[in-house]
Design a protein around this ligand. Sequence first.
Ligand SMILES: [Fe+2]
Ligand SMILES: [Fe+2]
Length: 286
Amino acid sequence: MSRPRSNEHRLVAHVDRLGEQHPPIELASVDLTLVDPAATNDRFGHVLDYMARVELEVDRNVLELTTMLPDPPEVDRHFYADVWQPQEVRHGQILDRLQVELGRPPAETDLTTVSARLRLLGALGRIPAVQDVSRMLYYLTGQATERSAVLAYGLLHDGLHELGEHAVAETVVAPIRAQEPGHHAFYVMSARGLAGQLAAWQLWLVRRLRALSFGPVGVNDADQLADFGEVMTTLGIDRDLDRFATMVARVETDLLGAAGRGLAVPPYVLRAFREAVELARERAGR
Ligand SMILES: [Fe+2]
Ligand SMILES: [Fe+2]
């Protein structure tokens, strides 16, 4: 079993509270009435498609997680099995229903592929010091993902109101968005608790592996990176890309020492977001 973090009791209380206060969103509470399905599809259809896919792929994320961290602390298992996965899958189901209302096919998901890199980390994780490196990668990925989700859902919520689609803005996007900050807080508390226990060489390795493997949420190949770039462009994030990257990576910047080296954001984060926007532009030009 992995070593408990110094703030383990606070984490357990946080996860218990999330479970009580945020059950999966009731399908009956969702109002999919649309004023103009065609216009909404034109503007935000691909954004909803991207989000639905990412939310539904949490089933694969759990497989990845159990491969990479076969022996997690009990509170981690409690979080992903009892709180996170049921909430996220419901987010995906609701967004998928909305897609169908817009006249789009349901999201195409990959629920089973676990990369060779994660299987390797899982095998190396039999060494406890290496498992702690993998855990840190997991918490940092989680925090960046959830922060991206909070920001993107906020922009989508405002955009749907602007289109006059108040029902879906308030009964679909707002309740989904409200569940993401609790996930974010879990990963931030976990990362901070673990960071204090890592040796300098472990932090160095985390930094190297993040630089090699960082990708925006939901990106597994070049096509999906371009899809993410399109989402950024539609939501207007491309016009304020540095600020978005800085917000997404704030905890990572702090914990991995980039802030101490005078950087507002690790260079690999900025590079990935810029590349996403460039790829989307290239693809649109073809
Ligand atoms: Fe979600
Ligand atoms: Fe989430």
